[in-house]
Structures are given as structure tokens and as C-alpha cells.
Design a protein around this ligand. Structure first.
Ligand code: APR
Length: 245
């Protein structure tokens, strides 16, 4: 019986052409709370109040109450072994694209070059009146923070009720429909259209590998039930040891 991560390593070496879909679970070991797993943000805060564009327009302090500290501590979060393994797999020519639902910027911080952030990024904070862009963590004090012009600031992230950035979604769908393997790492796969991307990949003949601490995508061809940092480090190790064979 081959260990699942050995199977995944051999699959990646054989097929290459891998696209990765990541969710909050890949950043859990960087100390960033997830949304729906144990201790997640949505256990404490109702997303329809604290993360919806409709409420933001009436009362932006609700959103800033749950995101202000994160943004002001933005530079203190570091990528973990899972982010770093994806950089190595990109350098080996195996991973060709990362599609992330995460807004923490850790894939780019780790050194991934081809990253599409389909839910936007907390790094850019934009004045809703004059369009001036501030960069985390350098934003004015206050909840909500205001621009020098007096306008309210909003991070360039997709709140519930907002459309995804069309160009990001186009890249995500194109990459998902042309890859041969999709690694689905640390996502509950309940928010669309992101959750549809593994279905698109599978419909186009790709093998789906889920890496999670609990199964969220039942149609996966391979499942590694392990923390992302441990799983990805083991998969990378199995690949590099086979490449020298
Ligand atoms: N390693 C791997 N997986 C993990 C780990 C870990 N260390 N810790 C948690 N997980 C898994 C959980 O089992 C769960 O399946 O990560 C997943 C996290 O799910 P969510 O919290 O729902 O996060 P995500 O899937 O990214 O949410 C999608 O929902 O609220 C919106 O915009 C928000 O982008 C987010 C979207």
C-alpha cells in the first residue's frame, strides 16, 4: 500500500501540468484563522453582517472591526512549508499556476510567481471616494479608516454580494480547464464560483488531489488527510528524491 503522498508525488512527476486551488486551510499553520473549520472566523462573526458589501455600504465599521488588526499586522504573517513547497514545485516546472481564495498575500510572499487571487487581496486598500490606494499595513487610524479626502477606505477584497474580478476568474477557469492535475489544498469547497473550479478541471480530464485535514471534495481521485504544511513538504521530498533517481 503506497502512502498517499507518494502516489501524489508520482502522479505529479508523470503528468506535471499542475494547477493549485488553495483556501484558508493552507494559511492555518501561518497563524491565520480559517472561516469554517474549528475556531474559524464565521464561528464568531456572521459573514452576512461583517463581510457583506450591502452592510459595508451602510456601516463599514462592522467589516473593519474584524479586519482592521489583520491589515495593520499584515507584514507579520509569514508563509509556511506548504506555500514554500508550491514555490519549489513551480521552480521544478510541475506547478504552473496557483489560484487562491486567500486574501493574505502569502503565496506571493513565499515567492510563487503565477498567482491569481480570485477573492482579491487585503494588501490594497482603496478610498471609495477618490480611488487613492493605500498599502497594508500603512493605513490611517480609525474604524473605519478614512482617506485624506475624507472618503471611507475598503480593502480590494471580494465581499459577499460582490462580483469576483472578471479577469482573475477568466484566468482561473482557463487554467482549471487545461491542467492535468489539480491540487485542492485547504478549502471547504462551499463558496462559488471557486468551488466549481475542481469540477471544471475534472470535467476536462484532470486528476483531482485533495489535501485537507478532513474531506471536503468527495470526487477527488487522491486524498491526503494531513495538514497542508506536512503533506506538501512530504510530497515535495518524495518528488525531489525520485527526480535524482
Ligand atoms: N491544512 C489543511 N487543511 C486545513 C488546515 C490545515 N492545517 N486547517 C484547516 N483546513 C481545512 C478545513 O478542513 C477546511 O476544509 O481548510 C478548510 C478551510 O475552509 P474555510 O474556512 O471555509 O475556508 P475557504 O474554503 O478558503 O473559504 C472559502 O469563503 O468566507 C469566504 O471569501 C472567504 O475565501 C473564503 C471562502
Amino acid at each position: 500500500m503506497t502512502a498517499p503522498y507518494i502516489e501524489v508525488a508520482e502522479l505529479l512527476l508523470r503528468l506535471k501540468n499542475c494547477v493549485v486551488l488553495t483556501g484558508a486551510g493552507i494559511s492555518a499553520e501561518s497563524g491565520i484563522p480559517t472561516f469554517r473549520s474549528k475556531g474559524g472566523l464565521w464561528e464568531k462573526y456572521d459573514p452576512t453582517v461583517y463581510a457583506s458589501i450591502e452592510v459595508f455600504r451602510k456601516d463599514p465599521s462592522k467589516y473593519w472591526q474584524i479586519r482592521g488588526d489583520f491589515i495593520r499586522d499584515y507584514d507579520s504573517y509569514e508563509p509556511n512549508a506548504a506555500h514554500r513547497a508550491l514555490v519549489e514545485l513551480e521552480n521544478l516546472g510541475i506547478v504552473r499556476q496557483v489560484i487562491t481564495q486567500n486574501i493574505d498575500g502569502l503565496h506571493r510572499k513565499a515567492g510563487s510567481r503565477r498567482v491569481v487571487e480570485i477573492h482579491g487581496s487585503l494588501r490594497e486598500i482603496i478610498c471609495q471616494q477618490c480611488g487613492r490606494t493605500y498599502l497594508a499595513p500603512n493605513i490611517p487610524e480609525g474604524n473605519p479608516p478614512h482617506c485624506a479626502c475624507g472618503g471611507v477606505l475598503k480593502p480590494n477584497t471580494v465581499l459577499f454580494g460582490e462580483q469576483l474580478p472578471p479577469e482573475a476568474l477568466e484566468v482561473a477557469i482557463r487554467e482549471s480547464s487545461t491542467c492535468r492535475v489539480m491540487l485542492v489544498i485547504g478549502t471547504s469547497a462551499v463558496v462559488y464560483p471557486a468551488a466549481h473550479l475542481p469540477v471544471v478541471a475534472k470535467q476536462h480530464g484532470a486528476k483531482i488531489v485533495e489535501i485537507n485535514i478532513e474531506t471536503a471534495f468527495p470526487d477527488a481521485d487522491h486524498v491526503v488527510l494531513e495538514k497542508a504544511g506536512t503533506a506538501m513538504a512530504r510530497i515535495l521530498e518524495a518528488i525531489t528524491s525520485r527526480r535524482t533517481d
